[in-house]
Design a protein around this ligand. Sequence first.
Ligand code: G6P
Length: 622
Amino acid sequence: MCGIVGYVGPRVAQDFLVEGLRRLEYRGYDSAGTATLNGNNELNITKSVGRIATLAQEIAADPCESGIGIGHTRWATHGAATQSNAHPHIGGENILAMAHNGVIENFAELRSQLKQKGYQFQSETDTEVVAHLIASYIEPKLKEAGDGEVSPKVAVVAIKEAISQLRGTFGLAIIFEKWPDSIFAARLGSPLVIGVGDGEHFLASDAQPLVGFTDRIVYLADNQVAILKADSLEVSHRDSGVVAHDVMQLDVESNQVDLGEYDHYMLKEIFEQPEALRNTMRGRLNEDNATAVFGGLNLSSQDLLKVKRIVFTACGTSWHSSLFGEYLMEEIAQIPVEVEYASELRYRNPPMDESTLLFAITQSGETADTLGALREMKRKGHQTLAICNVVGSSIAQEADGGIYLHAGPEIGVASTKAYSSQCLALVLLALYFGRLRHLSYGKGREMIENIKGLPTLVEQALKTNDEVKRIAKKYVDCNNFLYLGRHYNFPTALEGALKLKEISYIHAEGYPAAEMKHGPIALVDEKTPSVFVMPHGFIYEKVMSNLEEIKARGGPVIAIAAEGDKRIAEVADDVIYIPPTASYLQPIVSGIPLQLLSYHIAVLRGCDVDKPRNLAKSVTVE
Ligand code: G6P
């Protein structure tokens, strides 16, 4: 979703802006732009629709050497993806340029008030309203001062007055002609990270653009306003004065955000899964006590024993891992679990008492719906925990405690390694809660042994890549797919279908294998393949019957089955064999060929795998 970058210091700002915007491409966008100040301290704006490469060409054709600038990738919310709607936007009589991430809900009324005051609008965006609003507070003061000095504090006061009037969410980056050595930033709900360099400062929506430039970062908090100069950073609160800011260490290596030998981030991240899983479990297995260990839950065993019910809330792929989590927690830990779409939970009013514990599950830690649901539950007084990948993200900061996945940066829009790590974190959580209750020492030890073997099994599952590619070629022209599984593999089926939909734009439905006969079976024909996720287990025979029902109606079947399953080869059209493991770990292994299948089909269809149309990696609007 929209991304912001900014730079002030001795470098040519545009170089960082273009590189930073490239690194934010994964968030999803449809247009982009930059604003710098030229040698006469005049605003210099370049915008284009489409890819950053186009913007970079335009900048190269008319470069600006200045050491200050801001940039933006826009994912359209208010107004189409056009050049005039692209950011940065001008405020007032060319006094400022501003980039915005988020949504201003009361933009229509502010727009008509500003129009009455004579402000002219060049775009249909909510952002331009904020740019003019800030200008409306500053312009009278600038006029009063004439050519004289005006303190940048005037801008800070104006920004604070303006943001006090906004309803919605925003991350703002602003430069002014009057203060050519300063970038002003403000946030509410939309993340902003400041990179602290030697004699330079960077600004970005997340830490990716900063990797390799600096490893010292400051997370701007809600309602804070910052002034970034080359050699100083001042942060203040909207309702008070200057506040202290913590400089944190960024622990991402630059090779973690490079493509390396891979054609796409998605493929790279699929192949990183054994390592990601090792990192998720590192230090979290306590063999002596046959349980899992979490350093950051911030709740004692006594507190956790009082938990009578858990609610998992999430969106997209994270919702699928949450559903897997429900099956696990109920089966292994015997705790009742509800799984709620965050966008629904936020505005519903389900009865919850003080023994209900909320987990927000999110890769990015920035999804607006998930953040909103977490805040609503906090407001109601519930303990809130997060299972999150991005360290220091909004949800990680706002939850009372939680579990970091340590899966490493995930750049491909379609989540792969973060999903597998979420599933593993949930297995660990089920072990932990189980051992607090009735799960025996012996069962706990057995789970730990199985968990330790998981990364090797995932490595073996990755060896199906060539076979999956062959199968992808066979089915590449099909326009409908069914994904079917039961029990722990029902969420896997949902996730397999979502992966295909997201990156190859093929209609795919995930269903419980048996429920399929209550509707989706009507779709079955010789051009609609069904992908059955059916490793061995107590439910195998039942799923086999469902498979026969599809075959009887002429539907092709691709089966994800356990190595050694001879029977399946006789009935399925194509079989992808994966190593068998404990039923509660099998979905992580079964998920690998499904990720590869969607990847290869998308590549064969010529789709932009890492930047699928209309999607955003991190959806920071409701
Ligand atoms: C977007 C992404 C999905 C992701 C979902 C939730 O829709 O495209 O891949 O699953 O957001 O994201 P989160 O960061 O909260 O897990």
